[in-house]
Design a protein around this ligand. Structure first.
Ligand code: FAD
Length: 416
């Protein structure tokens, strides 16, 4: 029998954007139902074991200054308390927060246990019913159980645009998507520190590539910064082939074969890894970018690079355009000026096609280079929160302008 759930706000996906959207809507007194296909929250930060939270701070050589306040800052503070870690200055004035997947999951679960939020794990959004103007129902399944969710408003935070696809929404697509990667952890690493290990790894790989003894794609292997602890280290291997169009299950199988090859290589050839053993491998390959919903407004590549500020801005971004091209090259970074940021207009989160549909996270309406900046976790927490507020105001028939002012006050202004 089909279970029917009525809710003010329905959210697809409990990644960074979905978590933030749920918290925002529950703060506003809405009933919230969030469906997550995995048995845990966190999205790429847990399922793909992304090891650092970027996009929380302005670029600065001096100290980590939040570019977002309110919920993204609160999330970072709770994560720091759980993990015992602090922001780290990387190169070029970039700050990030190291984050073990287990700590991210704990933090996310704590927020999702808030009042008014029903989190349905192992629940997959299957299809959507809609009229010409509105989404009227979302159908989900959990094992043999079927659910019909009847929402006032819907927020697509699935990272893949599952809701938008189901209603044949307009999308922004690129000719080519960024390279995917797989994260794994090795134990029994030598006593070397992380800097030494990275140096030895890079030196060996560069030499062996020059001598044509290993394929050039070995240079897509790296250590996740600040992940070395108790002789375990997390590694990220970029996938050397294009993944757009290929189904995720077969990408996953090929990625696991590649990781096994890389582990053998490390053991046999790289000092510091002689006794290394596989500790764990991320449950899902990390797909960086894909189609984005086309909204009422679009964040353009130029908006990001020129640090354009908007009166209807609902989230700030300060992370560089970080573009991982498929193939043999390392990441291409285009930096924003120090202490500067761009703003993301509300319309990038709103559908112009279905009046009760919103989107957040890595599927916001944005250009190819714009999303290469705005897809980082800190910014996804920001767009998720904003989408939660916009949807809640819509569900209560309150004015959009007041919603935008509310978000600005909560997240874009220092409240300390
Ligand atoms: C390899 C890689 C490295 C990265 N490195 C970093 C980094 O170092 N720092 C950083 O800040 N960012 C990094 N990112 C980017 C960042 O992790 C993601 O862009 C971000 O997590 C996107 O958040 P999201 O909430 O939009 O989507 P996601 O994190 O993808 O979450 C979407 C959620 O929706 C769920 N879902 C999908 N379909 C359905 C369905 N049909 N039904 C129910 N649930 C569904 C998924 O299971 C998932 O939990 C990296 C990304 C990748 C892939």
């Amino acid at each position: 029998m089909e279970q029917i759930i009525k809710t003010d706000i329905f959210i697809a996906g409990a990644g960074p954007a979905g978590i933030a959207a749920a918290v925002a809507a529950s703060e506003l007194g809405m009933s919230v139902c969030i469906a997550e296909k995995n048995s845990f929250p966190g999205g790429r930060a847990t399922a793909s074991a992304v090891g650092t939270v970027c996009g929380l701070y302005l670029r600065s050589q001096r100290s980590p200054q939040y570019v977002l306040h309110g919920f993204p800052k609160l999330f970072a503070e709770r994560l720091m308390k759980i993990s015992g870690k602090s922001p780290v200055l990387f190169s070029e004035g970039l700050w990030f927060l190291p984050s073990h997947p287990a700590d991210f999951e704990k933090t996310a679960r704590a927020f999702l246990s808030g009042n008014g939020i029903t989190t349905l794990y192992e629940t997959c959004v299957e299809r959507v019913e809609s009229s010409s103007k509105r989404i009227t129902a979302v159908y989900c399944s959990r094992g043999n159980e079927n659910m019909k969710i009847v929402p006032e408003c819907v927020i697509d935070c699935s990272g893949e645009g599952i809701i938008c696809t189901s209603v044949n929404h307009n999308f922004i697509s690129d000719e080519e998507y960024q390279a995917a990667a797989i994260v794994f952890s090795l134990k029994n690493i030598s006593d070397a520190d992380e800097f030494q290990l990275s140096y030895l790894l890079l030196k060996k790989i560069t030499l062996l590539i020059e001598e044509s003894k290993v394929p050039e794609y070995y240079n897509l292997l790296g250590i996740i910064p600040h992940s070395l602890s108790n002789k375990s280290v997390q590694m990220k291997m970029g996938l050397p082939w294009k993944t757009g169009g290929e189904d995720l299950a077969s990408v996953d199988v090929k990625a696991r074969v590649l990781v096994s090859e890389i582990c053998n290589f490390l053991k046999l050839s790289v000092p510091g890894f002689e006794h290394s053993e596989m500790e764990w491998i991320a449950g899902e390959v990390g797909v960086r970018t894909g189609i984005r919903a086309r909204g009422k407004d679009t964040l353009t590549d130029e908006d990001v690079l020129s640090c354009k500020k908007r009166v209807d801005g609902i989230c700030n971004g300060a992370w560089p355009v970080e573009y991982w091209r498929t193939g043999n090259k390392r990441v291409e970074m285009t930096f924003l000026p120090e202490n500067d940021f761009y703003s993301i207009p509300a319309g990038c989160l709103e559908s112009g096609e279905k009046e009760n549909l919103f989107f957040a996270g890595k599927i916001i309406s944005a250009g190819e280079k714009a999303i290469a900046s705005a897809r980082v976790i800190g910014t996804c927490l920001g767009t998720g929160y904003a989408a939660g507020v916009l949807a809640s105001f819509k569900a209560s028939a309150k004015e959009r302008n007041i919603a935008i002012e509310y978000i600005k006050k909560k997240c874009l202004k220092r409240n300390e």
